[in-house]
Design a protein around this ligand. Structure first.
Ligand SMILES: [Zn+2]
Length: 389
């Protein structure tokens, strides 16, 4: 099992500058390689290979002092990142996908991380000290100790602050299957989520609270002159608000997931087509605000390590079907109570949906085909079962 640990770095002014130069050099390397591929493609319709670019970079190091100071493996990781962007691009062209974007040049605010593909090569994390080649030893805010063996390390800059992400291999983790009761979960706008046994988790609406500040700081950025120091400062302020929202949301997800893990042993959730839902304009902000997709992935990971099962079901019709008798009870989104004319069941709309989701997750109703998947491959679209053996 892999697990990532993220820690804040306490850099001094000198380290800040060195890291900044390193990040900028990686960005230039990325853009130079992209330029090579673009030029070659436009001239001859031929693609430049990763190995060719790696060889070019090796030679270029003799004359370019900035390139010479990059850790070779991390530079390779940056070139591989570009290579991946291109293979994704060609795959999407082949699939005739609706929107295919040519890989883009990275601007300063779109390039924020440096990967070190093997721990100990150019970078080493020991306790609360991070040693980085050409930068020195940086103090780490180690809020939790690292477990397992560190495999890869990533340096990240977010809103002007530096972080280190250590991806660790925890080895084969034995988890015994959970004996806790099953639950169905309906995610919504009124409540963040509703469980089949009738618990509502309120929606925190972080973005809504921060929105005035986002608007004000966002407008300030636009007003400042492009390329000027004031614009950079305003941009930094805006990024800070975004990071705050992101962190609050993440923390909320973890707290809710932890509470659920202590109470249940099987989670049946909607296999949401979030992208499709986002297209519905009126609800789009509230939907992305709640960040369901992010929450479900946290819950899935937590379930995995707790020996709980995680089942995604086809959500179609879960709000219209009666969980008491299976008959259809049509209602539009404004109707918050489920009243069944057949069996007389009267229950909150979301609780009814959560009960249907649980029933489908346990294979009692709904589409018959079930795909068993251990959460490694990309799951199929509608119905997925992640059996945690
Ligand atoms: Zn009924």
């Amino acid at each position: 099992m892999r697990r990532a640990y993220k820690y804040r770095l306490f850099t001094n002014a000198n380290q800040d500058r060195e890291l900044g130069i390193m990040l900028e050099t990686h960005r230039r390397l990325y853009n130079a390689c992209l330029d090579q591929r673009k030029t070659a493609y436009e001239a001859t319709k031929k693609s430049v290979k990763y190995t060719e670019q790696s060889a070019w970079f090796r030679a270029e190091r003799h004359t370019n002092p900035y390139f010479a100071r990059l850790n070779f493996s991390s530079a390779q990781a940056t070139m591989r990142r570009l290579d991946k962007a291109f293979s994704n691009f060609f795959r999407r062209v082949k699939e005739k996908a609706a929107k295919v974007g040519y890989p883009r040049f990275k601007s300063r605010d779109r390039h924020d991380s440096i990967e070190f593909p093997s721990h100990g090569d150019g970078i080493r994390l020991t306790g609360n000290r991070l040693r980085v080649q050409h930068v020195g030893t940086i103090r780490v805010k180690l809020h939790t100790p690292v477990e397992g063996e560190i495999k890869t390390i990533t340096l990240k800059r977010e809103a002007g602050k530096w972080y280190v992400v250590a991806s660790c291999d925890l080895g084969e983790v034995k988890v015994s299957p959970s004996t806790l009761p099953p639950v169905g979960i309906d995610v919504g706008l009124e409540s963040f989520l509703t469980t089949s046994d009738g618990r509502h988790e309120p929606n925190p609406h972080y973005l809504k609270t921060e929105l005035p500040e986002l608007r004000v700081t966002g407008r300030a950025v636009v007003r400042k002159k492009k390329g000027g120091a004031n614009r950079r400062k305003a941009l930094r302020r805006l990024q800070k608000v975004h990071v705050r929202v992101k962190n609050l949301r993440k923390e909320h997800h973890y707290q809710v997931a932890c509470r659920l893990i202590l109470a249940y042993g099987l989670f049946a959730v909607e296999g949401l087509n979030i992208r499709g839902m986002l297209r519905n304009h009126r609800f789009s902000r509230a939907i992305s605000d709640a960040g369901w997709a992010g929450f479900l992935s946290v819950l899935r990971h937590k379930a995995e390590s707790a020996g709980a099962s995680f089942v995604e079901v086809d959500p179609r019709g879960t709000s219209q079907e009666c969980s008491g008798c299976g008959e259809e009870a049509r209602k539009d989104l404004s109707v918050r109570q489920h009243n069944c004319l057949h069996c007389g069941l009267s229950v909150h709309r979301d609780i009814n949906a959560a009960r249907n989701i649980l029933a489908r997750g346990q294979g009692r109703t709904g589409p018959a085909e079930v795909n068993v998947d251990h959460g490694v491959k990309r799951p199929p679209r509608n119905r997925r079962v992640h059996a945690m053996a």
